[in-house]
Design a protein around this ligand. Structure first.
Ligand SMILES: O=C(CO)[C@H](O)[C@H](O)COP(=O)(O)O
Length: 229
């Protein structure tokens, strides 16, 4: 079964967790694309009154165009449930996000959310995170200084570029630097160190964040709960 099909299976299952009246955080990425379609279908068929809070312009536009009432994160006082994708997640439910350069907005919504669900295909489940390059959102002013510091620390940084070689720019007008690390031995230590570095707006380590993971598999959706670990 191809990866896209596994993403669709996970995405379609995840919307079962949405209840009438909820404020729902909507993540970003190709798996979320399937999820928003499925959620919009439920909203229409079951006449659900929910409010969506998007983590990117792409998701906002898609959800709004499908009739999901939307608000910005600052217009709501809480988020009940956020459904998002992930790039890697380990057995302790620690993850890397930001493959779509939306991790700063995603982390703001996730940390405002009572419950977080990630929707992934099987390839995203790893023993230890770090094979996927760790994204950092970095403000343009002094970004070369930040880059040099990361290089000096042996963190193997690379500015993220598009296919034409232009810098990727986030919604907030910042750069993305990816750290090509390999296995991360101490994610919490690294997260703390990155959080202390001036110029780094946000990193893509999402630690102790997710409650439930819905995995798309050839045998159907599999639900993993954090308390089972
Ligand atoms: O963190 C993200 C965007 O910043 C995405 O959730 C992550 O990259 C997974 O994307 P996809 O569902 O396309 O595999």
């Amino acid at each position: 079964m191809d990866i896209a099909e596994q993403k669709r299976i996970a995405a379609e299952k995840s919307v079962d967790f949405v209840k009438d009246g909820m404020i729902v955080g909507l993540g970003t990425g190709s798996t979320v694309l399937f999820m928003v379609n499925a959620l919009a279908k439920r909203v229409k068929q079951e006449h659900l009154h929910i409010t969506g809070v998007a983590t990117s312009k792409r998701t906002h536009k898609q959800a709004e165009s499908l009739g999901i009432p939307m608000k910005s994160i600052d217009e709501v006082d809480h988020v009940d449930l956020t459904i998002d994708g992930a790039d890697e997640v380990d057995k302790n439910f620690q993850g890397i996000k930001g493959g779509g350069a939306a991790h700063a907005f995603e982390k703001i919504v996730a940390t405002s959310s009572t419950r977080n669900i990630w929707i992934v295909d099987e390839s995203k489940l790893v023993d230890r995170i770090g094979r996927f390059p760790l994204p950092l959102e970095v403000i343009p002013y002094g970004s070369k200084k930040v880059f040099n510091r990361l290089q000096h620390e042996g963190l193997n940084p690379k500015f993220r570029k598009d296919d034409d070689g232009n810098d990727i720019i986030t919604h907030s007008g910042n750069y993305v630097i990816d750290l090509h690390l390999g296995v991360i031995d101490h994610p919490h230590l690294l997260a703390n160190w990155l959080s202390e570095q001036v110029g780094i707006l946000e990193h893509g380590l999402f630690l102790d964040t997710v409650n439930t993971i819905v995995v798309g598999t050839p045998n159907g959706p599999k639900i993993l709960e954090a308390y089972q670990i």
